[in-house]
Design a protein around this ligand. Sequence first.
Ligand code: RNT
Ligand code: ZN
Length: 415
Amino acid sequence: MTRFESAKEIYASVGVDVEAAIAKCMEVPVALHCWQGDDVTGFDHDGPLTGGIQTTGNYPGKAKTPEQLMADMDKAMSLMPGKKKLNLHACYAIFEDGEYVDRDKIAPKHFAKWVEFAKERGMGIDFNPTFFSHDKVKDGLTLTSPDEETRKFWIDHGKACIRISQYFAEETGVPCVMNIWIGDGFKDVPADRMGPRMRYKDSIEQILAEPHDNNLVKPCVESKVFGIGVESYTAGSGEFALSFAATHEGCLPLMDNGHYHPTEVVSDKIPALLCFFDEIALHVTRPIRWDSDHVVLFDDETKEIAKEIVRCNALDRVYIALDYFDASINRVSAFAMGFRSFQKALLAALLTPNEALKKLQDANRLTELMVQQEAVKTLPLGDVWNEYCARQGVVSDWEFFAEIEKYEEEVLSLR
Ligand code: RNT
Ligand code: ZN
């Protein structure tokens, strides 16, 4: 008997159907964020990363052109099991033949190459307006700016992104999640906390008024607790984003698990929000002490997030995207490791006897629940994971690094 066959029997003995879990895991789309490949730089500007986020490290081989970024994503995707969706930021517009337009004027044609890339690989596309790293960010503000010309520029950017999102959905046949996140805030104690939020509310309302099909474009608002240089106040706080989504038809809340106080957990917020929203969106990341955006690993909170989505029976109600950017290690490895880690968490969640455990809770058999939840942790997940990777035609964890080394030697080191 192979290790996989033996694992299957062990899981069956606790009521888990391994084949069903593997089949399900292959179907769940997870969005891969292009910005891990070039430290959130993009192709439409020179100048630093702003908005209160930061990449640290200077590992060689960073992608500098659309072709390099696509090649790196291709390599990474060849190492990742599971269903992928492409996640783009507006600053990854591709201008050709010397053309350039500012962010308020970007159009579907500037993303035609990405559409081609996605279609050839059978992927849908998610999208993000880029409200940072740009000279029209005035005094650190965009959609909350008291300067009407500035605010209008960014509203027009948002509207352009709605049109591009609709184009992505129409082209790929897959709904496009369009995430609004701004870094607007203040380093020190503001004198007016409500004014910027009222302007933000009005700005998003204007953006969402841009005609679009709600079945094709899924706008969301991502909250945040603080950013670098905006430690005292963030306009798009948790309460703001959640209340906005709750009161605006067709708008989803997006939770990034790096955007909360350190003892708050998104895994617990998922079932809370699912009581009220048909659909929600996630950015899965790994915050170390702050919103540091480390590569996602197979750690406790990642496992718990996946477990909640699965046991709430909400795989088709939660839009899952990854969001991290580590410039201190091989970026192709970072891409693939984060994706593989989330896949592993999903598979583990699908291999958990959730119904049996729920029954113990409802019968108040809490001693037994603790004992069994601990026993689940050492079920032979690794054997099923290896089989899952093999069936998806990707290398095992132990073969993975050799692929990274080879690509670094043959491609990245020549840049
Ligand atoms: C920033 C947010 C946001 C960004 C990306 C690049 O804290 O998490 O989602 O990481 O839009
Ligand atoms: Zn995020």
